[in-house]
Design a protein around this ligand. Sequence first.
Ligand code: ADP
Ligand code: ZN
Ligand code: MG
Length: 476
Amino acid sequence: MNYEAVIGLEIHAELLTSSKIFCGCATAFGAPPNTQVCEVCLGMPGSLPVLNRRAVEFALKMALATGCRVNPESVFARKNYFYPDLPKGYQISQYEQPLAEHGHLDIRVNGGVKRIGITRIHMEEDAGKLIHSEHRPVSFVDFNRTGVPLIEIVSEPDLRTPEEAVEYFKGLRNILLYLEICDGNMEEGSLRCDANISLRPVGRAEFGTKAELKNMNSFRFVRQALEYEIKRQRALLDAGKEIIQETRLWDAAQGQTVSMRGKEEAHDYRYFPDPDLVPVKIADAWLASLRQGLPELPAARSRRFRDQYGLPEYDAEVLTGDKALADYFEACVKEFPQPKQVSNWIMVELLRELKKEEAGLAACRITPEALARLLTLVEKGTISASQAKKVFEEMWAGGQDPEAIVKEKGLEQISDTGALEAAAQEIIKAHPKEVADFKAGKTKVMGFFVGQLMRQTKGQANPQLANEIFRRLLQK
Ligand code: ADP
Ligand code: ZN
Ligand code: MG
């Protein structure tokens, strides 16, 4: 049987406000445990939450950037459950009346564009963090994260492959970074993804029973977990068994998903409107001014890269698909105004090195200014393009100045006509047979002569100049 996967993502993003969503405690990551807490975020009886306006502003920006309809009035609700990282016994979230609905994100798949629906974006507070001791059978609770503002972005079940899911997730992360409302750090948990997935026979309209996958803190894990889950569900269906609705955890060490809880253990959250918080009313004027103040977003920047820099669509998409990369490109072009050259170096050399290290641009040890200086050396003919690649590798390894590396390694191209001509004459003298061949019309031996000169100069002869010199000398 041929199956098609149906995937929907629920993405949680911590907002970059300096204080928490319902109190004034700091949100900075990495502080000593339980130093950023107060009676409100600890859920002490009698304390009252007050909504952080900046958190709403950030959530609204995301809603606008993804084409959502913002509800004029939304309501905070209590999601009731017990867990040691949740001192109140409920999480303040939104349920029936979320902040925004009916948005979308366009992703690129197989050279085309596909629109993925966004069901809703709502606001909620984060929970604390449990720290399990390695030495004793003891767990600790850090409440610093309790009350950090989150948005949850729920997609429609429009995704069909793990690749589409990752593209969509990357696209959302990119927008969050463009808006500067989330740091996008998946390892630290500022950006998290739950993936829902089911299979159905190709051609069938109804969806199958889904599993919800959790605990994937990188794009690679999202892809791997979904791929694993497709295989697991297919094997069950092929064997005539049923898929049970459950929550499964990605176990990166084992490379598999494992059952966490089934439908029977699913929580009944008993949502109800939080009586401590008034409904959130969004004034039209506020929304309009936020819309106006939105920064240039990836799609617009990609268009501009094509118009302003004359880049092919592919380059523009890759570069703007990562805000840091696009910033890097523009900083480099400012110093070396040949956009396509800069783009080639970034897309080929730089991205290759980053891929090797599986790192983001933050790991890049070459500043855009240094790359621009390297390209200037090629432009001026000081080094050849192939030598520049070696210099690039040195820069990557040691982060030094391109000029210093060229000097230290003696890579400077010899463009001194006199010196090259003298060496060329020696070579001609030593190879009468090849000279005769050339004169008999075998112009291919030109490659031989240039090669000899290159060898003698350890690759430093300016190849164009070497060609010219031989042509001139041999035609005499
Ligand atoms: P739940 O009630 O379990 O929370 P929802 O209907 O709210 O489920 O959907 C949660 C997420 O799961 C959404 O992203 C949605 O697109 C996705 N989803 C819903 N049904 C399916 C399905 N049958 N297969 C895959 N994903 C699904
Ligand atoms: Zn607090
Ligand atoms: Mg739901």
